[in-house]
Design a protein around this ligand. Structure first.
Ligand code: SF4
Length: 357
């Protein structure tokens, strides 16, 4: 697993964002390396000196948030990774049964620092924004997107949201060309309001989501629907596919996702987990329906050897590099470069049950 937070020391008085640059320059945003060993690297920039408990080579180009009081550095944007996601809040107004990152009540506002980080992103990068629920801070979130996209229209955003907070008042703003570089990843778990509400732990969530989707579609927003496959959602997938093709045919993509064994899902794993090798049939029926009606489908977080051959071309190597894991037997698999593998925290016994292709 790749560490995203590293012990560090800095003589700065307040948190700051800097890019760890290969060479010394006049840019006040950059820090350059004075010395490096196998365990530490010493950097210098406009905010003074800092020492990071990590060698220089692995950090070059990273955009980091340095927190002197916490004595740590957060690697917000790793230059060599396609998987960079900024956590803007840990608060959420839903309580999904399979939540991988259970919410907290507290919030530390770091939007200014995160905006600075995005402005320094490598050319053409797509930056994920996640939580908690990012739209609990919608004014700050939209300001971040607009500031960054106005200065850097090569940078795109993928924002995960429960879709509970969009109103008619946002439609005109979201029509701005700035938002052509933004995809909203929104979970929808069932076609029936009661079923969706039960899964997200909030009465009325389905109805509110339906309203938000209308506003987003009126704004021409790019929408990716997301459905996690669990024993609760699997029986209703075909019915959900019908609803999506009838009412939401203009979405950009329907992502059907494997379950992540962390957070609430870890506690409820046996009750939620679906063995794709034996339980794929309802999923196949839903996929067939969606594709037949022109809705693009992608499968996330599903090892290729657990997906029937006819559907493997839909599976994406979606698990972020810093939390991706393979079995020993995967080394002999011809499909490994295109395979998601498993989450680092997937049960050992299940990881070892792979079938190299
Ligand atoms: S054997 Fe490993 S690399 Fe190959 S498809 Fe299965 S999980 Fe992926």
């Amino acid at each position: 697993m790749i560490a995203l937070a590293l012990p560090a020391q800095s003589d700065a008085r307040a948190p700051f964002v800097t890019r760890l640059a290969a060479t010394r320059s006049d840019r006040t945003t950059d820090s350059f390396c004075l010395s490096s060993s196998a365990e530490h690297s010493l950097w210098c920039g406009a905010n003074g000196l800092m020492e990071i408990a990590h060698p220089r080579a692995a950090l070059l180009g990273d955009i980091v948030l340095v927190d002197p009081a916490a004595r740590r550095v957060e690697r917000l944007i790793r230059a060599t990774s396609r998987h960079n996601t900024l956590l803007v809040t840990e608060r959420c107004d839903q309580l999904c049964v399979m939540c991988s990152q259970p919410p907290r009540k507290t919030h530390v506002d770091r939007f200014d620092l995160l905006t600075q980080a995005c402005l320094l992103a490598p050319h053409g990068m797509t930056i994920g924004i996640s939580g908690g629920e990012p739209t609990l801070y919608l004014p700050q979130l939209l300001a971040l997107v607009e500031t960054v996209r106005a200065a850097r229209d090569d940078v795109q955003f993928h924002i995960l949201s429960n879709g509970q907070h969009f109103t008619q008042a946002h439609v005109e703003r979201l029509r701005s060309p700035v938002y052509r570089g933004v995809t909203w990843g929104i979970p929808l778990y069932a076609a029936q309001p009661y079923d969706h509400d039960s899964i997200v732990g909030k009465q009325g969530a389905y109805d509110r989501l339906e309203q938000s989707l209308v506003h987003l579609l009126r704004a021409g927003a790019r929408i990716e629907l997301r459905t996690v496959v669990t024993r609760d959602t699997l029986p209703g997938l075909l019915s959900l596919a019908r609803a999506v093709t009838l009412n939401l045919a203009h979405i950009e993509q329907w992502s059907i996702m494997g379950l992540e064994n962390i957070g609430f899902a870890r506690q409820r794993w046996d009750a939620l987990q679906v063995d794709l090798r034996t339980g794929f049939a309802p999923l196949a029926a839903a996929i067939d329906r969606a594709i037949l009606h022109g809705v693009p489908v992608r499968l996330f977080n599903m090892p290729l050897c657990q997906v029937p051959p006819a559907y493997r071309h839909l599976a994406v190597a979606s698990i972020s590099d810093w939390k991706q894991r393979f079995a020993k037997a995967c080394d002999g698999c011809s499909a490994k470069p295109d395979c998601s593998g498993f989450f680092e925290w997937h049960p050992d016994i299940l990881v070892e049950e792979v079938t190299p292709l």
